[in-house]
Design a protein around this ligand. Structure first.
Ligand code: FE2
Length: 176
């Protein structure tokens, strides 16, 4: 991970007191802000595919992706507030998200429904991997609260990947 670009700027007026120490603030905030950018990027990609999906399974895919987008969006505020509780600052704009995100955008004019599901499944699996890495950073600093949140969010990412996998099985009716 590129800590240089994801470490928040320090401003004494925004430094919430924390007993975890300055190293924890720097390392965990940096990792969480990169994750936050990934959640926003994946939220918008999931909405993009929700809006542009087509074909015979339209209703199932359209609804599945909306459900997943809602879950991704619901995670953004707790991540940002966790950064503030740790004394860091968090993302301020779409431009800031663009500089931190590791999830790649898909601006293609047309994507087949099965390619949409496969791409999102891969993105969610990578997101789970990055959250596991961040869990390791939290463990180093004894930040059990962030670790505990991450455990729930990893499970949710794995659930999204599971649904996307099952829904894209050839010859199967999409499961919901
Ligand atoms: Fe919608």
């Amino acid at each position: 991970m590129n800590l240089k670009t994801s470490t928040p700027r320090r401003n004494p007026k925004l430094s919430t007191p924390t007993s975890l120490g300055a190293d924890a603030t720097r390392d965990i905030s940096g990792a969480l802000n990169a994750l936050l950018a990934d959640f926003f990027a994946l939220y918008l990609k999931t909405k993009n595919f929700h809006w542009h999906v087509s074909g015979p399974h339209f209703r199932d895919y359209h609804l599945l992706l909306d459900e997943q987008a809602d879950q991704l969006y619901a995670t953004t505020d707790p991540i940002a507030e966790r950064v503030r509780k740790l004394g860091g600052t968090t993302v301020r704009s779409i431009g800031h998200i663009g500089r931190l995100q590791r999830v790649s955008d898909n601006d293609a004019e047309y994507v087949t429904p099965l390619d949409m599901l496969a791409e999102l499944r891969e993105d969610n699996a990578r997101l789970a991997d990055r959250m596991r890495e961040t869990h390791g950073v939290c463990d180093e600093h004894g930040d059990v609260a962030t670790s505990s949140l991450l455990e729930v969010w990893i499970d949710e990412a794995e659930r999204r990947a599971w649904f996307l996998f099952e829904a894209s099985r050839p010859g199967e009716t999409p499961g919901r």
